[in-house]
Design a protein around this ligand. Structure first.
Ligand code: ZN
Length: 147
């Protein structure tokens, strides 16, 4: 599968995150860890999230998979780190809408590099790759909020 339809600049941003992942590694004490797989592609993301007082104080990821899944995880950690959990969830909703090809106003969200993945919406088979890390984050937040 080729990404010729992806804009060249965006492709470069994706490859940069894939080759030089941001916030790669693990977190120790107190962090939530959640692993998610995308069997159709063989992607596996392990997300570590440290939430304190409603803020994503730290986030790291490990895993293996295609360039889209790992680049998306890297971009996600960059944009949600230091944000309120609520904002991280809003970003996730925005990202999911973007993958559905919806034209949504990001309002005051800081998107970082995630817009580079908007072309993935044209490749339905790859959308699960792009949303994997985000789903892991949503699930981790959900578990954190359980009493
Ligand atoms: Zn994949």
């Amino acid at each position: 599968m080729s990404f010729n339809n992806l804009d060249n600049l965006y492709r470069q941003v994706i490859m940069d995150h894939y080759k030089n992942p941001r916030n790669h590694g693990s977190l120790s004490n107190g962090a939530l860890t959640l692993e998610m797989n995308n069997p159709t592609c063989g992607d596996r993301i392990q997300l570590h999230l440290l939430i304190e007082d409603g803020i994503v104080n730290d986030v790291k990821f490990e895993g293996e998979g295609c360039s889209i899944s790992l680049a998306s995880a890297s971009m996600m950690t960059q944009v949600i780190k230091g944000q309120e959990v609520e904002t991280a969830l809003k970003l996730s909703q925005y990202f999911s809408d973007m993958m559905l090809g919806k034209d949504v106003d990001p309002a005051d969200l800081e998107l970082g590099d995630i817009e580079a993945l908007q072309g993935v919406a044209k490749f339905p088979a790859r959308i699960k790759c792009a949303t994997l890390a985000w789903k892991a984050m949503e699930k981790a937040v959900d578990q954190n909020e359980q009493p």
